[in-house]
Design a protein around this ligand. Structure first.
Ligand code: TYM
Length: 351
């Protein structure tokens, strides 16, 4: 049943209060998250984390370690706990400033799961059946966790809870952000304007960093620990150099940017561009007449980006109580930010 705008007094106030309390003085609110399912990779950095750092001064930002999402696949509780803290420490080491943005852990803010249920009651089975990630990782397997199926709805709740206008993510999250948009629009249409409709904000370079050994697959934190294809953010410099120097390219003697037909070399150019702030990986190709120099420069550029992060990580990891305290404080702020939207959604849907 549709309601008119006058049925929703207070709800529009919630939508606008996100703006009124935005310390950056803009209408932008940015939300994004990373799952602590493995050790973070260069893909996570170029597609997401590095951009969080750049964006934090431009808008109100909430960045979350989305630990509930890590329960969707087989997991070891102790490892999950360690990876959650490691991911939060990497957020800080990369340069996210808890005085500027809200850094939080998803499971500390119960509003995420509460809103998820309201959105599960808005989403259709048909649209979840179309989710590529579920099709690839879980469909047809009897021991697939139910939470893997409903995971995109939790992700929508994550975003909508904070009135996220922009969601900086890598290319692989496009379908999930689309679902968040569809659910926001549907809920608003059915029950009155409650949610801000978010936009995906893809990286211009490095939106899909590929595996160095298998450049037709994305670089993933789920890769085996000894994989030469994934550069981990905490890999020592010599390991990074080794991984880049062994990257698969092709038999063509020249260096050229053609992601479709030459994925290996194009991926190196993309990484080089992403790590040097170049906006056009194709333009970099002309500077090289062989792979050796390209690999050397790419490795140097990656080390140049990751070494400062790793030094800072070593300092922060020595004081885990500080990281835990930062997350506790972040959770308090996140709960305050989330409460009005959750309350408005509950009222709108008839609770
Ligand atoms: P996750 O944890 O798989 O990845 C975290 C972020 O890193 C990006 N990314 C990549 N970007 C470029 N190249 C790659 N090879 C690469 N691999 C990963 C992802 O696109 C993502 O931005 N469902 C999300 C986590 C999530 C979330 C959210 C994100 C949960 N709730 C709300 C945004 C908003 C995920 O699995 O990301």
């Amino acid at each position: 049943m549709s309601h008119t705008a006058t049925d929703n007094r207070g709800i529009d106030d919630t939508v606008t209060s996100h703006r009124a309390t935005n310390p950056a003085g803009t209408n932008r609110t940015i939300f994004s998250g990373i799952q602590p399912t493995g050790r973070l990779t260069l893909g996570n950095y170029l597609g997401a984390l590095g951009r969080f750092v750049d964006l934090q001064h431009a808008a109100r930002c909430v960045f979350c370690v989305v630990d509930l999402h890590a329960l969707t696949v087989e997991h070891d509780p102790r490892r999950l706990h360690q990876l959650t803290r490691e991911t939060a420490t990497i957020y800080l080491a990369a340069g996210l400033d808890p005085a500027v943005c809200v850094l939080t852990r998803q499971s500390d803010v119960s509003a995420h799961t509460e809103l998820m249920y309201l959105l599960e009651s808005t989403a259709y089975v048909g649209e979840l059946n179309r989710m590529i990630q579920f099709k690839e990782k879980g469909r047809g397997r009897p021991r697939t966790r139910v939470s893997l199926y409903t995971y995109p709805v939790l992700m929508a709740a994550d975003i909508l809870l904070y009135g996220g206008t922009e969601v900086p993510v890598g290319d692989d999250q496009r379908q999930h952000v689309e679902l968040a948009r569809d659910l926001a629009i549907r809920f608003n249409r059915e029950y009155g304007r409650t949610f801000v409709v978010p936009e995906m904000s893809p990286a211009t370079v490095g939106a899909r960093v590929m595996d160095l050994q298998n450049p037709t697959a994305k670089m993933s934190k789920d890769a085996p620990a000894d994989s030469l294809g994934s550069i981990r953010l905490l890999d020592p410099p010599e390991v990074i150099v080794r991984k880049v120097s062994r990257a698969v390219t092709d038999t063509s003697p020249d260096v050229g940017y053609d992601p479709e037909n030459r994925p290996g070399v194009s991926n190196l150019l993309e990484i080089l561009a992403g790590c040097t702030g170049e906006s056009d990986p194709a333009a970099l190709a002309g500077k090289y007449d062989g792979y050796a120099a390209l690999k050397r420069d790419t490795a140097d550029a990656v080390v140049g980006v990751l070494e400062p992060l790793q030094n800072r990580y070593a300092e922060l990891a020595a004081d885990p109580a500080h990281v835990d305290a930062t997350l506790r404080l972040g959770a308090e702020r996140a709960r305050e930010l989330a409460a009005p939207t959750l309350a408005a959604a509950r009222t709108a849907i008839g609770l």
